[in-house]
Design a protein around this ligand. Structure first.
Ligand SMILES: [Zn+2]
Length: 331
């Protein structure tokens, strides 16, 4: 059997952590039978065996935004920009003079909500959205945002585009290689350009990790230490790094609610009859009580960024937020 090595720092000192937790059981068909390991040298967590690029490309093109999953949006044009994106823009503004920027790329843009937030303030900046799921990006063309098939662009050797700012929010943990994004940044960043990066903060050192309801489809589990190492080995430099958003325990509870809401078992005949009975019963319950019950249950319209705290910083929080520049000293 081949000895496992860390995909970031190449250390062979890697420890088995747990079996991978799939969001839905059918995900195993696309992602394979994975286990989670952690590098004892740089602390990066990673899956093994890692699905190849083609499998991930397929997963993001046809599975990730299916209607029975959390990343589905029925009408992305009408989706509102969240406090989440506003907090990210406010953070970036401390390090970037947006009035001087000419172009921005979003790596793993999804529905491109962060680009849309920036566009509200700076309509003249040229914007490009990269994602494997080009179908979900299609509507962004009406916002004057160019769209690209991300995996095809990763394969091309040279880039015609140079960007003053490259953003990646909650996307690089989905790559099959932790260096993918940094190669993209090195290739596509203008000389004085900056990178805004946000990833989930995976704290393995206590029991938070065992409380997670699912991993899908995360491939890499970052900590501040492992991210610092990864930036360094890619010859880039951190200008600022912090933990951000809600406290970890609240975020885990949110994810558990989300997992339960999207993985309800098929209703049995008896359950359907009971539901009919309950709905009659419900009509007799006062509005005030109904509201209180509803607040306790997961509501799919109630997005995490609305009820959580994207403007909070420091300590054991749900994400790591940072600004990266070229390492100008070594060139
Ligand atoms: Zn490592």
């Amino acid at each position: 059997m081949n000895k496992l090595t860390c995909p970031s720092c190449k250390s062979a000192d890697c420890r088995f952590l747990d079996d991978y937790r799939y969001f839905k059981s059918e995900d195993r068909k696309y992602l394979g039978d994975m286990k989670v390991y952690q590098c004892q040298s740089c602390s990066l967590g990673f899956n093994s065996p890692m699905p190849d690029k083609a499998a991930l490309d397929l997963y993001f093109k046809i599975v990730y935004r299916q209607s029975n999953r959390p990343h589905f949006k029925k009408d992305p044009r009408k989706a509102e920009i969240l406090l989440w994106q506003k907090a990210q823009y406010a953070y970036m503004s401390q390090f970037c003079d947006f009035d001087k920027l000419q172009s921005i790329a979003d790596y793993g843009a999804g529905y491109g909500m962060l680009l849309r937030e920036i566009k509200l303030h700076h309509p003249d900046i040229k914007m490009s959205a990269y994602d494997p799921d080009v179908q979900s990006l299609e509507y962004l063309k009406s916002f004057d945002i160019e769209t690209y098939d991300l995996f095809k662009c990763l394969d091309s050797a040279e880039s015609k585009n140079k960007y003053d700012l490259i953003i990646a929010s909650g996307s690089i943990m989905y790559d099959s290689n932790p260096h993918c994004f940094f190669d993209f940044a090195n290739k596509n960043l203008s000389e004085k350009g900056k990178v805004f990066l946000e990833v989930p903060n995976h704290v393995f050192s206590d029991d938070s990790y065992t409380k997670r309801p699912y991993d899908g489809p995360v491939m890499f589990y970052f900590s501040i230490d492992s991210l610092k190492k990864l930036v360094d080995v890619n010859n880039l430099e951190l200008e600022h790094i912090t933990t951000a958003s809600t406290e970890l325990d609240d975020a885990l509870q949110y994810r558990l609610n989300q997992y339960n809401a999207f993985n309800q078992k098929e209703e049995s005949f008896i359950a359907k009859i009971m539901k009919g009975f309950k709905s009659k019963l419900k009509m007799m319950i006062p509005k005030r009580i109904k509201k209180a019950i509803k607040a306790l249950l997961y509501d799919e319209d109630l997005d995490i960024a609305k009820k959580l705290a994207p403007f909070e910083y420091g300590g054991k929080r749900w994400t790591i937020r940072c600004i990266i520049t070229r390492n100008l000293k070594s060139e």
